[in-house]
Design a protein around this ligand. Structure first.
Ligand code: Q46
Ligand code: ZN
Ligand code: ZN
Length: 313
């Protein structure tokens, strides 16, 4: 297999694009693609201050690397969840790699440790709050969304970028289309606009890029990242849907991309317009001031209230 651009041996074959590339040209091609999508979905410009949520994994670190290579002003945010792996401290290792990445490139990384800042790790929170039958992912999602938004807002960032890739998006889409969850589908988008109430603009610049391409980018550019999935992801629905989609992609290269893009097109054409019109009103949480649709306190403040009550009991 030879690189289409220069004829040197290729390191990757992008079957869905019928394109093979060598290391040099792949490392040029992926940021160019990302730039096209940033422009196409009007995500941000060189004047924006971007906060990239980094987990220490390949997707978010490759995204951060590409954004800085493209000349964007992008700082990082690492959230310490306090998750332990099999025989090693998963969160500590992820944090080390995120910090190493930032230090090597002279980039600014905000670190928010959930236990040090609020008083419990994510697995502890899941047990105390009885949310999600001791499976920490639902609490984790809530806490991460809150901290990301708050850090972006308080730091004066104009946009919050996450490393969700095409495989993530297609798996969520499959999960939501199997149950026709209109409310979730309407919010699944490459860009979610800001609200005047302090909800940051959210963007997913690599939502059209395959997971294996981001992994190849990280390897080819020498980015050290945490290889393992979060131990709580093992056995999750998302991984199961990813697996099914990969089997389909194997037989029909490009299927995942087509699935996702035709969904975005259908939404642009008005599918789920009714759900979009029903969007819940936001107001400021009575305690922390962050935007919420829940009456009174936001779900984050309610969660920590429950923790306090159960500790006092
Ligand atoms: S980090 Fe958190 Fe994920 Fe781990 S605990 Fe679940 S939600 S699996 S993206
Ligand atoms: Zn080449
Ligand atoms: Zn609150």
């Amino acid at each position: 297999m030879k690189c289409r651009t220069c004829g040197q041996p290729a390191i990757i074959n992008l079957r869905q694009h019928k394109l093979a590339l060598c290391r040099t040209h792949f490392l040029d091609w992926l940021p160019e693609q990302t730039q096209r999508f940033i422009h196409h979905y009007r995500m941000f410009t060189l004047d924006d201050r971007i906060l990239v949520a980094v987990s220490g994994g390949k997707d978010s670190l490759s995204l951060w690397d590409m954004l800085t290579r493209l000349g964007y002003h992008a700082d990082g945010l690492y959230i310490g969840l306090g998750v332990l792996g099999d025989g090693f401290d998963y969160s500590a290792e992820s944090q080390r790699l995120a910090e190493q990445f930032a230090a090597q490139r002279g980039l600014k990384l905000h670190v928010v440790d959930v236990k040090a800042t609020y008083g419990a790790t994510i697995p502890e929170l899941a047990v105390i709050s009885h949310r999600g039958q001791d499976k920490p992912c639902s609490v984790c999602g809530l806490v991460k969304r809150y901290i990301m938004n708050r850090t972006a807002y308080e730091g004066g960032y104009t946009v919050l970028a996450t490393g969700h890739n095409l495989d993530d998006e297609a798996a969520v889409l499959m999960q939501n289309t199997l149950t026709w969850s209109g409310g979730y589908l309407v919010r699944q988008a490459p860009v979610l606009p800001a609200s005047g109430l302090g909800l940051a603009r959210k963007v997913k610049p690599v939502c059209r890029i395959y997971e294996r391409e981001l992994a190849a980018y990280a390897l080819a550019s020498g980015i050290e990242y945490v290889y393992d999935e979060c131990p709580h992801a093992v056995g999750s629905n998302t991984l199961w849907y990813k697996d099914i989609l990969n089997q389909m992609e194997e037989k029909r290269p490009g299927l995942k991309l087509q699935y996702y893009l035709s969904f975005l097109q259908a939404k642009d054409d008005g599918l789920f317009a009714a759900q979009a019109a029903q969007a819940d009103e936001l107001h400021a949480c009575e305690k922390c001031g962050q935007p919420t649709t829940a009456p009174g306190l936001c779900s984050f403040c309610r969660l920590w209230d429950r923790v306090r009550q159960s500790r006092e009991a």
